[in-house]
Design a protein around this ligand. Structure first.
Ligand SMILES: [Fe+2]
Length: 204
């Protein structure tokens, strides 16, 4: 069955307008879902006997498959982790942030700087290789993507995420994002990770 865009009820955010959110969600994100469906349909009938690394239909579809898929998934994670009220993370997530970065404030300073350094996305992720949290910068949905990492918090820094509200000024948008983080979404994502397995992997 074809994928369907999810409905994220995000109204009244602090510093990110309803118009900004609705155009981002209903036009751009929904477009990625439609293109993922189209790619998956075409992959069913593509001529794999013509596969070629310089150019082939299979190569083009496979390159765009991960672009579209990550475009869907990263947007869903982003919309999911918006709508909070500026509370700080709690419990295990707060502990891991303090362990990796020294304090919440130091993490936030680094995360915001990554927001200025990245061309597409910033991810606070749990790297299963070393069992540690990292802030990662992605230049597109499928470029610089860290392997074997669980995304806990996702920030979209593509210009389309803030141009309606702030023109080309990214810093006030990043500040607004920080005020609207739904930390419970990140905490739920961390809950799904088997930390015993992470520790075992990191120690071996
Ligand atoms: Fe986006």
């Amino acid at each position: 069955m074809a994928h369907q865009p999810r409905n994220f009820d995000l109204k009244g955010l602090d510093g990110i307008s309803d118009n900004q959110i609705s155009q981002h969600r209903d036009i751009l994100y929904a477009g990625y879902v439609n293109k993922l469906n189209e790619i998956e349909e075409r992959l069913k009938t593509v001529d794999i006997s013509k596969a070629n690394q310089v150019f082939s239909d299979l190569r083009a579809l496979k390159a765009d498959e991960t672009f579209a898929l990550n475009g869907v998934v990263l947007h869903e994670l982003y919309f999911e982790n918006l709508g909070g009220k500026a509370a700080r993370p709690k419990g295990k997530l707060a502990d891991l942030i303090a362990k990796a970065f020294g304090s919440y404030d130091k993490w936030a300073e680094n995360f915001k700087a990554c927001g200025m350094a990245a061309r597409g996305w910033v991810i606070l992720g749990l790297c299963l290789y070393d069992g540690t949290l990292h802030n990662y910068c992605l230049d597109t949905h499928n470029f610089n993507f860290p392997a074997n990492t669980v995304p806990l918090l996702v920030l979209d820094v593509y210009e389309h995420a803030y141009v309606i509200d702030y023109g080309v000024k990214r810093p006030p948008y990043i500040d607004a994002f920080m005020k609207n983080i739904a930390w419970n979404a990140a905490e739920c994502r961390l809950e799904g990770v088997d930390m015993a397995m992470v520790a075992k992997s990191a120690a071996s």
